[in-house]
Design a protein around this ligand. Sequence first.
Ligand SMILES: [Ca+2]
Length: 211
Amino acid sequence: MIGNYTCICPADYMQVNGGHNCMDMRKSYCYRNFYSDNRTCDGELTFNMTKKMCCCSYNIGRAWNKPCEQCPVPSTNEFAILCGSERPGYYIDITTGRVIDIDECREIPGVCENGVCINMIGSFRCECPVGFIYNDKLLICEDIDECQNGPVCQQNADCLNMPGSYRCECKAGYRFTPTGQCLGRGMITEISAEAPVSDRHRLLEDDEEPR
Ligand SMILES: [Ca+2]
């Protein structure tokens, strides 16, 4: 029979197009940069993905796998073969022939980690919550270490960086007072005795150290 065939796909390849093609589903490293002079890569992303997602999505990778293989350049034949489209960010539906946007947020788990990934037609963007900053090389939201930005805590307090925020904790031998200061134990007793009942209560709540 003419034209009647089915492909048997190797492991990690998915049968597509009614069994006429095999799609490479292997997930591997994706790199932000490829250097053609010595054929090396850098900017390895922290999350793995298929070659198609790495090379065909909007502004994701320039190379894939280990050792790295260069992604085909947009507007070339190789690019069209891998991506089914001329330009990054889109693919062509093999059954309908329509140009479809790649939903990078859905297709690439790990992209925009810690943030909110927003898919857009032909691209995507990543919004980071307060306390995080977008790393446009790694494509994730990274925690800001507030403690590295000069002294953020007051006297007698240590800065503790936490995901999305930071905390000031009184150094050993010092306690947090309702006025937000860290004072030595001797000084607290004095303030406590003078403070109104409500403040005294708060003082006890703030006091996390065992007595
Ligand atoms: Ca998109």
